[in-house]
Design a protein. Structure first.
Length: 328
């Protein structure tokens, strides 16, 4: 593991058990440049934050004494439709300087050892998650990072190996429980497995079934209009479609959008002229859940029998695979 700078707190937390949750009153004192308004306390759940309490700002100060499960990850925000400040809260008094500028990048948190570790982690480079977990095996932050930052790029076997590196006291946390379920899903959508069938509405609100597409090869393409990396990858998918559509290749787009208008506008702007469906439920998409998609863009290349032959092909990789399959 290469470190930009390993802060002392990261070493001090090694071996410290931080996983035992108890319900108790939070002691959070904060200040913000805003003199009036509302601060919202939110709970993290499946890549989204749900508001559980709020506090009025008085003369630039606010406080929370909410009964919560601690330690745990929560969010603070001045706008429930905008970004959050991710905060690991534990049993000690926490002080927050909540500056919403630049996506809360200038905000400061003091008093939480878990938050100190989380902040230190974000300054590291080229982290090997397995080595990191070994150094922080009892920390809730390690379980969270494995769940949120790394699981989507790991195989089912690699996820299990990393879970076993975590202290058993963390195995009942929501993060590890989600990883255990996610691991089983990945096994069902591995290369060589039959792609799960599904039905969803197209841009006109008509139900479309994946198995009704009878091309030789179909790329199930998970994307969204709000996803920058997806939009940057779209020209590569368009190029592959144009080059191989007459040889039996097609694309079946699955959007994780919330806004129908944004979805349709992106389709037209990026010229995605193939079947497009969406549940318009963001990360609550049942299709994404079925396929174990926790980051986008993501894709699955299936053959005419619905068998997955490749996953997450990008740019030249997609063209090379299609050439291999269709230029025989």
């Amino acid at each position: 593991m290469k470190y930009k700078k390993l802060l002392p707190v990261a070493l001090l937390l090694t071996g410290m058990s931080t996983s035992a949750q108890t319900t108790q009153k939070l002691d959070l004192q904060g200040e913000t440049p805003a003199t009036t308004g509302t601060v919202y306390l939110q709970r993290f759940d499946n890549k989204t934050f749900n508001t559980i309490d709020s506090a009025k700002i008085k003369n630039g100060k606010f406080s929370f004494r909410t009964s919560l499960k601690l330690p745990e990850l929560y969010g603070l925000t001045l706008d429930t439709t905008g970004p959050n400040l991710y905060v690991f809260l534990d049993q000690r008094q926490v002080k927050v300087k909540l500056d919403s500028a630049a996506y809360y990048s200038h905000a400061e948190v003091s008093g939480s050892a878990l938050q100190d570790q989380f902040t230190a982690f974000k300054k590291l480079e080229d982290v090997n998650i397995s080595e990191y977990i070994k150094d922080h095996s009892k920390s809730l932050v390690s379980a969270y990072l494995l769940y949120r930052n790394y699981a989507y790029r790991l195989t089912a076997e690699e996820i299990e190996q990393n879970i076993q590196l975590l202290d058993p006291s963390l195995h009942q946390t929501p993060y590890v429980k989600s990883l255990q379920a996610f691991k089983e899903v990945l096994k069902t959508v591995a290369v060589g497995k039959k792609a799960p069938d599904f039905t969803a509405n197209d841009t006109e609100g008509k139900p479309v079934k994946l198995s009704d597409d009878h091309h030789k090869y179909v790329l199930i393409d998970f994307w969204a209009s709000w996803c920058g990396p997806c939009r940057r990858e779209n020209p590569n998918v368009v190029a592959a479609f144009q080059q191989y559509k007459d040889k039996g290749f097609s694309v079946f787009g699955v959007s994780l959008d919330k806004s129908k208008e944004g979805w349709i506008n992106a389709i037209e702007k990026d010229q995605l002229h193939w079947t497009q469906v969406s549940e318009l439920t963001y990360w609550k998409s049942e299709i994404a859940k079925t396929y174990g998609v926790r980051a986008i863009p993501a894709n699955f290349l299936i053959d005419e029998n619905g068998i997955i032959v490749a996953k997450n092909l990008r740019g030249e990789e997609l063209l090379q695979k299609l050439s291999e399959l269709l230029n025989k």
